[in-house]
Design a protein around this ligand. Structure first.
Ligand code: NCD
Length: 355
């Protein structure tokens, strides 16, 4: 059953993703047809973490649909600074708006918000966990610029540990036949095990390599990422990791002519400005596709779909061991886990622990 929130793209069937992507492409071609589709509706953007593209593309999306926007981009200017908890804020704002887009530094925060919201909640990034609307952006870009979402060799380079865009994108692309992944990172920024297990579950092959140059010739898509400085436990560790991967024009020499280079942006120094002139660099176009993908998503969610239960309410007496999980910061939240063999998987942040 399709759901009215978007917490994790994989909560929706792939047919719904295709619907959103096709609609996004249609809106891009005929924006005038949709210019009044959300008249009288309000989008609230609640951004507890910095953002340029995601927040502004949500706002642009709603304005281009004829709707209106409210929200904050600095929680210190809201009642959060007075100590208001997440769910009180969500209860209040969902009484003012028809749809909420929320970004939060803690993992599982969007799911927690959805439990208390009176309107659809869109996860605009929850800590290092997931970023489903960036994935819709990436899929729309690939469908338009590459012409397909299957039988691709996708290289993901940089911060695969904390990069929420990477986690969401791999979970999505592993649902299409014939995709394989090349994971390019240092040892300490490798992809979390639960995403590797996800690829195994759907029969996707992947390999882990250290050198970007070694991977380049076989790639159809190269997804560069920023090292997520704000998620490191120590500044020293960040210093060791930054500048390890820099895509420059020389490295593109061995790449396929029809390679597509993506980056969710912002870039720091992992792609040199000279690469921007290469026709394979698609990241600025990608940011524009993000507006159309979000327009399509808002339209879908405002249709008012039925919402399956968000939690299974199992093992509520067990505490999640992830210090960055929302349940360890908002104490009124009920813990809830799915069982996976002898493990319990937190239904907010996907952290695993032995039962
Ligand atoms: C990404 C994010 O916030 O996760 N940016 C974005 O939404 N376009 C990537 C990043 O911050 O590096």
């Amino acid at each position: 059953m399709p759901c009215s929130h978007l917490i994790d793209l994989n909560d929706l069937p792939v047919s719904e993703w295709s619907h959103i992507i096709d609609l996004a492409i249609k809106i891009k071609e005929h924006p005038g047809v949709y210019a009044h589709a959300c008249e009288g509706k309000i989008l609230a953007t609640l951004f507890y973490e910095p953002s340029t593209r995601t927040q502004m593309s949500f706002q642009t999306a709603m304005l281009r649909l004829g709707g209106k926007i409210i929200g904050f981009d600095n929680p210190q200017n809201s009642s959060v600074s007075k100590g208001e908890n997440l769910t009180d804020t969500i209860r209040i704002v969902s009484g003012y708006a028809d749809v909420l887009a929320m970004r939060h530094p803690l993992e599982g925060a969007a799911k927690a918000a959805a439990l208390y919201a009176g309107c659809p909640v869109i996860n605009a990034g929850d800590g290092g966990h997931l970023h489903p609307t960036q994935t819709l952006t990436d899929l729309t870009t690939l469908q338009s610029e590459k012409g397909r979402l299957d039988h691709l060799t996708i290289g993901l380079c940089g911060d695969l540990k904390y990069g929420r865009t990477v986690h969401s994108l791999i979970k999505a692309l592993s649902q299409y036949p014939g995709n394989q992944f090349v994971l390019i990172s240092t040892k300490s920024l490798r992809l979390p095990q639960y995403i590797k297990d996800w690829m195994d579950r759907y029969g996707c092959t992947y390999k882990e390599v250290f050198r970007l140059e070694d991977a380049m010739p076989e790639l159809d898509v190269l997804y560069m990422t920023r090292i997520q400085q704000e998620r490191f436990d120590s500044p020293e560790e960040y210093q060791k990791q930054k500048n390890v991967y820099v895509l420059d024009t020389a490295k593109l020499f061995d790449a396929k002519q029809d390679l597509v280079v993506l980056h969710p942006l912002p870039r720091v120094d992992e792609i040199t400005p000279a690469v921007d002139h290469d026709p394979r660099a698609m990241y600025f176009k990608q940011a524009v596709y993000g507006v159309y993908a979000r327009m399509a998503l808002i339209l879908l969610l405002l249709e008012g779909r039925e919402q399956p239960p968000l939690l299974s309410h199992r093992h509520g007496d067990v505490k999640c061991q992830n210090p960055k999980c929302i349940t360890n910061h908002e104490p009124y939240l009920e813990h809830s886990f799915q069982e996976l063999g002898d493990m319990a998987v937190c239904e907010y942040c996907d952290e695993r622990q032995l039962l």
